[in-house]
Design a protein around this ligand. Structure first.
Ligand code: SAH
Ligand code: SF4
Ligand code: F3S
Length: 483
């Protein structure tokens, strides 16, 4: 009998079929409170969290860290010594998952030296049936497997490991709730993530996210504004509003008339210096949101605007629900409203059945849209999604060739996007010492351009400085501090 059969009654296992359902039930809001019985659960003990995937996962890790600290755990600088080690995982592409299996291999050795260490896997990967089955059957040293819907159960799950000494599996495949009042241990003292909505109802045919994250659900406007106000009071300089489709914000609230554009206007009034957001869906980018971007001083002139493909047939089978022309019309409107804007994108190469001619349409779009950056991905089949069973006749070798061809075009865009700032004075929010080059500090401009400048003054971290750009290359700009 496998471990899975033996313990199955005690487990909540994922179901992709259940995760796909949209029952249109009202969204439940859970208010996090530390239960008295768990208050000292982690007293004298430490934790460490590995985070993979998107900004949503980074924000979730800050919540899980906050929850662990609320029951007495303290952060360990080194995963080797930690009493609880969590891997917050991503399932969006095969290579994201491969990394996790690699880290698990290393953790197995550490657990031999430190048998009391609790290893937990959470995030998007456990939401997949295949991954959770593999974890239970082949990674018996993993103590907790939970997904994206029950982070608030973490103290309970840990206490269950102490009690039962068995693998505790609690992966829920429901539409999801909204967690409020959870404590957060924010990584930065000047930049913060603010979730405005969760989940995704788009069901792009290649994508696992709607299955791993549940339905689109918006946080109440009052809760978002209160969080932003608190960040402003604490001295935060920049916030990034998060959601898989940020401009679906509000569609599920009240009569749906208060939308993303309204939210930007209200956030702008709070007066935080910089507001960014990721990611909008091109179909839902409306005039109101574009006007808000143009008119709100705090909303930065950078838009990450995932296009995926420049060919109408491919866009259709991807279920993106817009055409190349509709996408370009929005891009052109944005350039009209915000002439200095920088637009970046996401692109998938080698979608099942894509031809070379169709791929070339994407390359031409990169130029036409004047993208100043792109995350480019080779299509990766995700079990349970419609695209995973589509015919895919193009060889991996060809896809790699196309990918390189695309990168030439996107790299040209990166370079041009930096070169256009040479001679200009830009405001940089300083992040810290530059990774490349001694005596250099770096930070980001309003257009989200990484900028290095000569300085060793650590007191600049978290502050705005003026930098005059003197040089540009593909990946960053260099300039001089303006006194
Ligand atoms: N919600 C965001 C994207 C989330 S996933 C949006 O739609 O804009 C981030 C990116 O991963 C996507 O934009 C897409 O380019 C890429 N991606 C998603 N699924 C993929 C897959 N199966 N193979 C390759 N790339 C994928
Ligand atoms: Fe995935 Fe599409 Fe939703 Fe983005 S919009 S998360 S690509 S299904
Ligand atoms: Fe990955 Fe899940 Fe984000 S699949 S990209 S961590 S929503």
């Amino acid at each position: 009998m496998s471990k899975l059969d033996k313990d199955i009654e005690n487990m909540f296992l994922p179901s992709l079929k259940a995760a796909k359902l949209r029952k249109k039930m009202p969204t439940e809001t859970i208010k996090y409170e530390v239960e008295e019985k768990y208050k000292d659960l982690g007293k004298g003990k430490t934790y460490y969290i590995y985070t993979y995937g998107c900004q949503g996962n980074m924000a979730d890790s800050e919540i899980m860290a906050g929850i662990l600290e609320s029951v007495g755990y303290t952060l360990s600088n080194d995963p080797i010594d930690a009493d609880v080690v969590l891997l917050n995982t991503c399932a969006v592409r095969e290579n994201a998952e491969q990394r996790i299996w690699g880290v698990l291999g290393q953790l197995k050795g550490r657990k031999r030296l430190h048998p009391d260490m609790i290893i937990g896997i959470c995030g998007c990967m456990p939401q997949e049936e295949k991954a959770t089955n593999k974890l239970i059957n082949s990674y018996e040293f993993v103590d907790i497997v939970f997904g994206t819907h029950n982070r608030d159960h973490l103290p309970y799950l840990i206490s269950q490991v102490f009690e039962t000494r068995k693998t505790v599996v609690e992966v829920l495949s429901n539409e999801g709730s909204i967690l409020e009042c959870a404590p957060k241990r924010r990584e930065s003292t000047f930049k913060a993530w603010v979730h405005i909505m969760y989940g995704c109802d788009e069901f792009c045919t290649y994508c696992i996210v709607p299955y791993t994250r549940g339905k689109e659900r918006s946080r109440a406007k009052e809760d978002i504004l209160a969080e932003v106000k608190e960040l402003k009071e604490k001295g935060y300089k920049e916030i990034t509003l998060l959601g898989q489709n940020v401009n679906a914000y509000g569609k599920d609230l009240n009569d749906g008339s208060y939308t993303f554009g309204d939210l930007l206007v209200d956030i702008d009034k709070i007066g935080i210096d910089r507001v960014r957001f990721t990611s909008p869906h091109p179909r839902d980018m409306d005039e109101k949101a574009m006007q808000a971007m143009a008119n709100c001083k705090s909303v930065m002139p950078h838009l990450h605007f995932p296009v995926q493909s420049g060919n109408d047939r491919v866009l259709k089978i991807m279920n993106r629900k817009y055409t190349r022309k509709e996408y370009m019309d929005k891009i052109n409107r944005l350039y009209e409203l915000i002439p200095d804007i920088s637009i970046t994108t996401d692109i998938i190469v080698g979608f099942p059945g894509e031809t070379y001619e169709e791929f070339k349409d994407t390359v031409s779009l990169v130029k036409e849209a004047r993208f100043e950056g792109a995350y480019t991905f080779i299509y990766s089949p995700r079990e349970g999604t419609p695209a995973a069973i589509m015919d895919d006749p193009i060889s991996a070798e060809d896809k790699h060739k196309w990918f390189n061809e695309l990168c030439e075009a996107t790299n040209e865009g990166y370079l041009k996007g930096h070169e256009r700032f040479i001679g200009r004075e830009v405001e940089v929010l300083v992040e810290g010492p530059a990774k490349s080059g001694e005596n250099m500090m770096s930070g980001y401009t309003p257009n989200n351009k990484l900028t290095h400048f000569e300085s060793t003054d650590q007191s600049l971290i978290g502050k705005f400085v003026k930098v005059k750009i003197t040089k540009a290359n593909t990946w960053f700009m260099i300039g001089d501090l303006v006194e």
